[in-house]
Ligand binder design. Structure first.
Ligand code: NAP
Length: 205
């Protein structure tokens, strides 16, 4: 009997900032999919975004480290932070496939809005060969995402798994807005991340 292949979760996101919804989702997917670890990968320069509105990659990376440090199954990778130019997921996944043992299974965890645009991603067919996707949808978005998956074809139906996560009622956008308005973000983010945001003066305007 051979050893069971390693299963690695890849939690990709802008994480501006990382919040309790991301952490709860990663922990529940880790358990449901029997993942050996989850690699959090904050984006460097996002391919589909105007960079001026996003906090520096180093701040987002540090907050992700702080938020995940106490979980022995969670790790943070600087792979996208350190890569110049836009962060394409295909480059990240190819690098991870080359780094890990042959046969390792990868699960890319991300949010619905990103999955709804999967047809625009670079090399989506190759990506679906290299990894599974777990799409976390806020309740109410499930139908839209099912239509998109079917539109992408049979490989997508097999490789994109859906997950409804009420925890994702928390959103980074809402947290940034709360800080701007001087409202509390206690319990939305881990305490050390809350302190970092205030100390570094993030999201004040
Ligand atoms: P985003 O637009 O910031 O987020 C889209 C939605 O998904 C938001 O509602 C967001 O909520 C949620 N979300 C983002 N990451 C999540 C995660 N890991 N778990 C649960 N919910 C999540 O999307 P993004 O952060 O730019 O992109 C997500 C990932 O897809 C990144 O790794 C990015 O590199 C990748 N991506 C790749 C390409 C490409 O290769 N061409 C194109 C687009 C995206 P919050 O705001 O609360 O996080």
């Amino acid at each position: 009997m051979g050893n069971k292949p390693q299963r690695i979760g890849i939690m990709g996101g802008t994480f501006d900032p990382i919040h309790m919804g991301h952490l709860l989702m990663a922990e529940s997917v880790r358990m449901d999919y029997d993942l050996d670890k989850v690699l959090f990968i904050p984006t460097g320069t996002s391919p589909h975004k105007d960079d001026s509105s996003i906090s520096p990659a180093i701040d987002r990376y540090i907050m992700t480290m702080m938020a995940t440090y106490s979980n022995p199954y969670f790790f943070v990778s600087p792979i996208e932070r350190d890569r110049p130019g836009p962060s394409y997921t295909i480059d990240t996944v190819r690098a991870l496939v080359a780094e890990y043992e042959p046969g390792t299974e990868f699960y890319f965890l991300t949010g619905t809005d990103a999955v709804l645009e999967l047809h625009t991603w670079n090399n989506i067919n190759e990506l679906l060969d290299l990894c599974h996707f777990v799409a976390a949808s806020r309740p109410g978005k499930v139908r839209t995402i099912e239509q998109e998956i079917e539109r992408l074809g049979p490989k997508a139906v097999e490789r994109i798994h859906r997950l409804t996560t009420p925890e994702l009622e928390i959103s980074s956008t809402d947290i940034r807005e709360r800080v701007r308005l001087g409202k509390s973000i206690r319990y939305f983010v881990p305490e050390n991340v809350e302190h970092y945001i205030h100390k570094e003066g993030l999201y004040r305007k």
